[in-house]
Design a protein around this ligand. Structure first.
Ligand code: ARG
Length: 590
């Protein structure tokens, strides 16, 4: 179905034509003066030049043509030559009824389905999952859902950091902790044990300890480096330990991501593409795309139009080691072979912008992707504490994700105490859902590239632009609908019909809802979940004003009551779709 703006534009274009002007002048946009009108067209201003005529004469003529159209309550020309358009209540209601009857509420999605890879999460195996990874998981999951809703075939890949120095650090620390393990016995022959030599809680302690130690102890750091190289060249003992690290760590990461309601189709990592790296580096050199510079292998990616200097992309160090960019390039090759994506979306900290610029340019220069393949990077800002510095725990450490979730769930639980009397276990599950909503919405409602302040108090508030407020709106509508049904009312699909709005507040709510298809289009194009949040908040707010103003269940006119309830149903359905697009779950009650 066409979007509302498209429908109006079509009418205005026809009116331009009927008045004897170029229909191309009839471009319509949502009004930036909602106090005056709902849509506007400034085409007469542009037409003035073309036709050597005062703009208001053109606008007047077009307005006259629009006058009889039942879609408009008002189509007026205002000096010096603007067209201000106000929809008729009946037309607006008709629009909402069409949306309500459409599978995706009027959103067409992409004209042609694409294959999309979303690279997000990006946790580093064996290192604790911290708040730095929260944003990637939350934003990436939402972008993935938005892409799916647009009708695309989407694969989410966690792309674990599983091949770095952390592995050597853990191996050497383990050697000192448990020297008797067979991995450290040079005489050991035969297979290594199937049982991991550590639990997840041990593993979690090993890495931070080893990392701190390497900073002070140069000999230990050198050993870790050595062990990393041994692992990377296939040493059986190091490889056996690495498998244990990965199995234990992956299981724990899955648990953590699951609890965030974040799910990946693929659990690949940097290690998966290591075997193809030597061939790739050689190929780049053979084709003259990469060259040796001071012993290292680099690809020049600077362009004349660059405003800042873009240094060459480093793909092999002088000691022969591969780098972060090398893994990402090899991963593109691998994805081209297995998934052939039309669109790549990377969700990572904005401080990695240069890295992605280098990788994308190298991939294009090398012809790893088709010219029309989109390589997109969503760089997100830092989550700060109230002091404006990157979020830390009270003792200055990096906050673990699960503690963060626990903190916000506590804040929610306190606010819920005394509300509905929910049984203990439902209370717990609800607090968790609402807590996650508070956390995710608090993050997603900001433009991703901006830093934001993590404020559990504000995020968990049941009022204002927050996740709990949105959930509360949905729950409230559900309870009204339930009450109506429990009093014998019915509202089957074919009984639902939204009538023309009878008040300003109702019309405001209608207008808000009518924007949904366009909001989705923008959110998809800009990869911007915050657009959806904005829509949700405006809708929830308009609903709240409507609800204060209009008696619903006590409305004596049955047809009108049904119209209100049909409208409520649409509000509920749209907000529910939106929460799902943000990866937020709605509780039954709150
Ligand atoms: N593991 C990386 C980090 O923690 C993020 C990975 C982002 N994705 C990518 N394909 N480079 O910084």
């Amino acid at each position: 179905m066409k979007t509302l703006t498209e429908k109006i534009e079509e009418k205005v274009k026809q009116a331009f034509e009927a008045a004897g002007y170029d229909p191309g002048l009839g471009h319509v946009s949502v009004s930036n003066r909602p106090d005056l009108c709902e849509f506007q067209c400034n085409g007469a201003m542009a037409g003035a030049k073309k036709y050597h005529k005062a703009p208001f004469l053109i606008a007047d003529a077009v307005a006259e043509k629009l006058a009889g159209d039942p879609a408009f309550a008002k189509a007026e020309s205002v000096k010096p030559g603007f067209l201000n358009l106000t929809l008729s209540p009946a037309f607006l209601a008709q629009e909402l009824n069409e949306m309500a009857g459409d599978e995706k509420f009027g959103y067409r999605g992409e004209d042609k389905p694409r294959r999309v890879v979303v690279d997000y999460g990006g946790a580093n195996a064996a290192k604790p999952l911290h708040v730095g990874h929260l944003r990637s998981a939350v934003i990436g999951e939402s972008i993935k859902r938005i892409e799916k809703y647009a009708g695309n075939e989407v694969t989410g890949d966690v792309h674990l950091g599983d091949w770095g120095l952390q592995m050597g650090l853990i191996i050497e620390q383990l050697r000192d902790l448990k020297p008797d393990l067979p991995y450290f016995d040079p005489e050991h022959t035969g297979p290594y044990p199937d049982e991991p030599p550590f639990s997840i809680s041990e593993l979690e302690k090993i890495y931070p300890a080893a990392s701190a130690r390497a900073k002070k102890d140069a000999a230990f750091a050198a050993r870790a480096h050595e062990a990393t190289l041994k692992l990377q060249s296939g040493d059986p003992a190091c490889t056996a330990i690495w498998h244990h690290i990965m199995n234990v760590s992956r299981k724990d990461l899955k648990k953590n991501y699951d609890s965030l309601n974040v799910h990946f189709e693929l659990w690949k990592g940097e290690s998966d593409v290591q075997p193809i790296i030597p061939g790739m580096v050689k190929d780049l050199q053979d084709r003259g795309i990469a060259h040796v510079s001071e012993g290292a292998v680099v690809v020049d990616v600077a362009q004349d139009s660059d405003k800042i200097e873009i240094p060459p992309c480093l793909i092999q160090k002088s000691d022969g080691a591969a780098l972060y960019a090398t893994s990402d390039l090899a991963t593109i090759l691998d994805r081209e072979e297995k998934l052939r994506p039309d669109r790549y979306i990377y969700v990572a900290d904005k401080r990695q912008a240069l890295h992605f610029t280098q990788v994308f340019r190298t991939a294009r220069k090398a012809g790893f992707v088709k010219p029309e393949t989109e390589l997109l990077y969503v760089g997100f800002g830092t989550m700060n504490g109230k002091d404006g510095k990157p979020f830390k725990t009270r003792d200055g450490g990096v906050m673990r994700l699960e503690n963060l979730v626990a903190d916000i769930t506590d804040a929610v639980r306190q606010k819920m105490a005394g509300s509905d009397d929910l049984p203990e276990d439902e209370m717990e599950a609800t607090a968790r859902k609402v807590g996650l909503a508070a956390l995710k919405y608090g993050d997603l409602s900001n433009q991703a590239s901006k830093d934001y302040v993590f404020d559990p108090e504000r995020f968990s508030s049941f009022e204002g632009n927050t996740g709990p407020y949105i959930l509360y709106t949905i729950v409230r509508i559900n309870s009204i609908l339930k009450r109506y049904r429990s009093e014998g009312g019915t509202l089957e699909k074919d009984e639902r019909r939204i009538g023309a709005p009878g008040s300003e507040v109702e019309k405001d709510l209608d207008l808000c809802l009518s924007r949904f298809p366009e909001v989705m289009e923008t959110a998809r194009q800009e990869l911007a979940p915050h657009r959806i949040c904005q829509f949700m908040y405006e809708t929830a707010d308009a609903f709240s004003k409507f609800y204060t103003h209009v008696k619903i269940l006590t409305e004596p006119d049955e047809a009108r009551k049904k119209s209100y309830l049909s409208l409520l149903t649409l509000v509920r359905d749209l907000l529910t779709v939106c929460t799902d697009l943000l990866g937020i779950e709605v509780p039954e009650r709150m």
